[in-house]
Ligand binder design. Structure first.
Ligand code: PLP
Length: 394
């Protein structure tokens, strides 16, 4: 038997596979996946845009284009999308990725040798932890509260770990907690990054899914010293199947991403990029986002109401102002053990919180995603979970 590379030991659990499987089972009430509501996909408009793209650009669409990405798409992101986050750039300040997950992987490859330190939220996004673990990174976890990562705790971590190279954060409606980083903390994070010489990976695929409260400018918008690598994605707003995301960073970092892109998959698919660029040029993004926000607000409300009504009183949860996720803390419950019973016996799936911790995992936590279930199903599924939580106590 040929020995696998050592780094394979770092690749994590099978949770992602199980989440995809749970989401595909029509009998399951699944709060597991982090994907959009399929009925929100703009199927007909996308099909029409796709035909139009082929009509206009013909065989160009089917050819290689280059690692930076198709100019029309980069220009749309630079001129129409990023300004909404308070970041003003040109098309040369970004590169198109095959999903933002790739941008996390590239940041890790760019900065982390085996054993190098990355600072993460406690808890953090499972997909990023998978990537960092594969490169055998060392973790330092920083506590969060209802305003996101605590800056006093971050500074302590930076002082205690002067060799740290990266801070990884999901500032908007975080996966898995749904919590958003307050504006003053965004400014402070940039200051700390400069002071302690680290880079920030700002991973923000949910930014536009705000259905309550005011938009908070991206961390990148406060970045005067090129400390922030911003990752955007169309997966949560348009559709994940298109596999398109982007990175905004200094020209020097974009050049390193270009090298990484050429060394891994050359470029994001030209067909998908032209389809997206044509679709975005013709379609009303604002209207689409408004509909999406209304749907997700309704689902969040349905989930919170059902939690209030059916969960035991000492079980607490977050109240997201956007995105897809509610984080639940259920003292005395082992959510990792309970999920097997929940899936097999009551037909409800969620993701045990344990998998989102880089260190000191808490088994009494779980992530509920309300994005893909109708309000009725949410009420029914949370009701079943509530009964299970009560039974598990008695
Ligand atoms: C925080 C976060 N970052 C990145 C991703 C990956 O998104 P993409 O489909 O753009 O690769 C996800 C998807 O769940 C996510 O939640």
């Amino acid at each position: 038997m040929v020995q696998e590379a050592r780094r394979m030991q770092g690749y994590g659990s099978d949770f992602i596979k199980e989440m995809f499987a749970a989401a595909k089972n029509p009998d399951m009430i699944s709060f597991a996946g982090g994907a959009p509501a399929p009925e929100l996909y703009a199927l007909e408009a996308f099909r029409a845009a796709s035909d139009k793209a082929f009509d206009i650009h013909g065989r160009t669409i089917m050819a290689y284009d280059g690692a930076y990405g198709v100019a029309a798409l980069r220009e749309f992101i630079a001129s129409q999308w990023m300004p909404r986050t308070g970041v003003n750039i040109t098309a040369d300040d970004l590169l198109i990725l095959s999903g933002s997950q790739q941008g996390i992987d590239y940041a890790a490859r760019l900065y982390l040798d085996e054993g190098d330190t990355v600072i993460v939220e406690h808890p953090s996004y499972l997909g990023a932890l998978n990537t960092f673990s594969a490169l055998r990174a060392n973790y330092v976890s920083v506590d969060t509260d209802t305003d996101g990562m605590r800056m006093d705790a971050l500074e302590e971590a930076l002082i205690a770990n002067p060799e740290a190279k990266l801070i990884y954060t999901v500032p908007d409606f975080q996966n898995p907690t749904g919590i958003t980083l307050a504006e003053d903390r965004r400014r402070k994070m940039v200051e700390l990054a400069e002071q302690y010489d680290v880079m920030i990976i700002e991973d923000s695929p949910y930014y536009e899914i705000r259905f309550e409260g005011d938009f908070i400018p991206a961390i990148k918008s406060f970045d005067k010293a090129d400390r922030v690598i911003y990752l955007g994605s169309f997966s949560k707003t348009l559709c994940p199947g298109i596999r398109l995301g982007w990175v905004v960073a200094s020209k020097a970092v974009i050049e390193r991403y270009r090298v990484l892109k050429e060394a891994t998959d050359f470029q994001a698919g030209t067909v998908a990029q032209y389809q997206a660029a044509t679709f975005l040029a013709d379609y009303s993004l604002d209207e689409h986002l408004k509909t999406s926000r209304d749907v997700y607000r309704g689902r969040r409300d349905a989930a919170l109401a059902a939690i209030k009504e059916t969960f035991p009183e000492d079980v607490t949860c977050t109240r997201p102002e956007g995105g897809y996720f509610i984080w639940v803390e259920a003292p005395g419950i082992n959510a990792t053990e309970m999920v097997v019973y929940a899936m097999n016996e009551i037909g409800v799936a969620y993701v045990p919180g344990e998998s989102f911790y880089a260190s000191e995992p808490r088994v009494d936590t779980l992530r509920l995603s309300y994005s893909q279930m109708t309000e009725d199903k949410i009420g029914e599924g949370i009701g079943r979970l509530g009964r299970l939580l009560k039974e598990a106590r008695s």
